[in-house]
Write a protein that binds this ligand. Structure first.
Ligand SMILES: Nc1ncnc2c1ncn2[C@@H]1O[C@H](COP(=O)(O)OP(=O)(O)OP(=O)(O)O)[C@@H](O)[C@H]1O
Ligand SMILES: [Mg+2]
Length: 475
């Protein structure tokens, strides 16, 4: 039946084309008085054929067991997100089975990307066949046409289409290149998108190459994973979906490196907030409300950025909230209460899935209100290089799992405070090849011995001073 309808449709189309051909011929050959009669005849035939075409379409639709859904690229001049989600889904999922592919390498440093190069593809979902077709209209507007059997209508509309859109969005989010944002001075703000400038974030740091205690690393990674999967949990307990990490430790112990590793691990953007470029709390508020979800807001060296502790340390710590109100009135600078509001209040009201990270070299300098649990959920200490951390660096820099000099290094590390940055510096071979392993390890041993001697004499000096002070006190 459907075949017959299809044939009928084809015949009507070609008959209409023939009519136009006849008319073109008649115009050249026949005299004018005959032309009028033929024209009338042809017009009435055309009308009949158009009617037949409409009837044919009507019956085709009436008897066709197939249903179509169109997803145009834009709808009422606005981007249709469903279209791009479908495109991403089909490129990712349907490419494996495709027989016609297209290869491209748009960035020199990235690999070749293979994409499906077919107009129509068939997929299967829970036993039902569906066909996707990319259709280009005369005005160049593209749309995806989804065709399926009417029996699968509820399965496709209620389950398959939402599944495709959700998957497409997830794949897109995963593939999205992370960006590093830094705030512009307010004198440059014209529109909201001028508040931040951004570049592609291409730092290679990962948790794998981060030198720290493996168990501690595991705890942090599972905390981050639990956070990203915690949408329903946060909703259930009525808490904003955010998490604060305070990274503290001496210089060169990997605080900034860990932030990069976090961003790469979660595929989140980084907003590196330079507090010294912000005039007051209201600017801070504006900046923070324009950050996107799935991002890490970072304030490095929080103790140095702004005088957040100055007034407060002199005052009674129990009156935190009152002090906060007072400071709020001071609109000429970024204050501790402004920052607390950002973490607690405004923070909760806008956006989702945000992480805030503060770093400091001096934990003791920070106001307890700023770092109390609930605001900074996890305090992570990054400290001097341990033997475990050294082994990770040796693997990173020299591709070494073990070496006879390791024992010597182990005992020196137990007696010496050296940052992973210093260890890394010594392990770096001069010509960047790893054949000179012994020289690199000996370099490190030399540096460790030198540091140990300096630290020992410093320690002796401190003890001597303490003793002298004691004698002075007791006469
Ligand atoms: N734990 C670590 N694991 C791997 N590399 C590290 C680690 N710590 C430091 N490094 C190396 O040392 C360099 C400096 O480290 P990083 O900038 O992360 O230190 P930091 O703790 O942020 O220091 P600062 O307190 O001065 O800001 C990094 O580029 C990295 O190569
Ligand atoms: Mg740093």
């Amino acid at each position: 039946m459907m075949m017959m309808m299809g044939n009928a449709f084809g015949t009507i189309g070609s008959s209409i084309a023939s009519l136009f051909f006849i008319w073109a011929t008649v115009q050249q050959i026949f005299p004018n008085h005959l032309k009028i009669a033929i024209k009338e005849f042809l017009l009435s035939s055309l009308q009949q054929l158009c009617f037949a075409q409409r009837v044919s379409d009507y019956f085709t639709n009436l008897f066709s067991p197939y249903v179509d859904i169109n997803f145009p690229e834009s709808d009422e001049y606005r981007l249709n997100h469903a279209f791009s989600a479908i495109e991403t889904y089909l490129e990712a999922k349907a490419t494996d089975k495709s027989k016609h592919l297209r290869g491209s390498q748009v960035k020199e440093n990235k690999g070749l990307v293979l994409k499906r190069d077919e107009v129509k593809i068939r997929c299967e979902y829970k036993g039902a066949n569906v066909w996707w077709e990319i259709v280009t209209a005369s005005d160049e507007e593209r749309s995806y046409k989804l065709t399926f059997h009417h029996r699968a209508r509820s399965l496709i509309t209620a389950s398959y289409v939402p599944y495709v859109l959700e998957e497409g969005k997830l794949i897109k989010a995963k593939k999205q290149q992370t960006r590093l944002f830094t705030n512009n001075p307010s004198s440059q703000w014209i529109l909201s998108h001028n508040m931040w400038r951004s570049i592609e974030f291409e730092h290679p740091a990962s948790f794998e190459t981060l030198a720290m205690d493996p168990e501690k690393k595991e705890v942090i990674m599972s905390d981050l994973t639990a956070f990203t999967n915690g949408k329903d949990y946060y909703k259930k307990i009525g808490k904003a979906w955010k998490r604060g990490y305070l990274l503290y430790g001496p210089p060169g112990t990997g605080k900034s490196t860990m932030i990069s590793a976090m961003a790469n691990f979660l595929n989140y953007n980084i907003y590196d907030l330079e507090l010294t470029a912000i005039k007051n709390n209201s600017e801070l508020r504006k900046l923070l409300t324009t950050t996107s979800s799935k991002s890490i807001v970072v304030i490095e060296d929080i103790d140095c950025s702004v005088d957040l502790t100055g007034n407060r340390t002199k005052k009674d710590r129990n009156s935190t909230e009152r002090n906060g109100e007072q400071q709020d009135k001071d609109e000429s600078s970024v204050t501790l209460s402004g920052l607390l509001n950002f973490i607690d209040g405004i923070w909760s009201a806008c956006g989702q899935e945000r992480i805030v990270v503060f770093t400091t070299n001096h934990l003791e300098k920070l106001d307890p209100a700023l770092i109390r649990r609930g605001r900074m959920d996890m305090h992570i200490e990054l400290s001097y290089c341990t033997y475990e951390a050294f082994k990770i660096l040796a693997k990173n820099y020299l591709d070494l799992d073990d070496h006879p000099l390791f024992e010597n290094i182990k005992s020196l590390l137990m007696k010496t405070k050296i940052s992973p940055a210093d260890v890394a510096e010594n392990l770096m071979t001069r010509n960047h090849n790893i054949t000179d392993v012994d020289a690199s390890l000996n370099n490190l041993i030399e540096a460790l011995v030198e540091k140990k001697n300096i630290q020992r004499s410093q320690h002796d000096e401190d003890r001597k001073k303490k003793k002298e002070n004691k004698f002075r006190l007791f006469g």
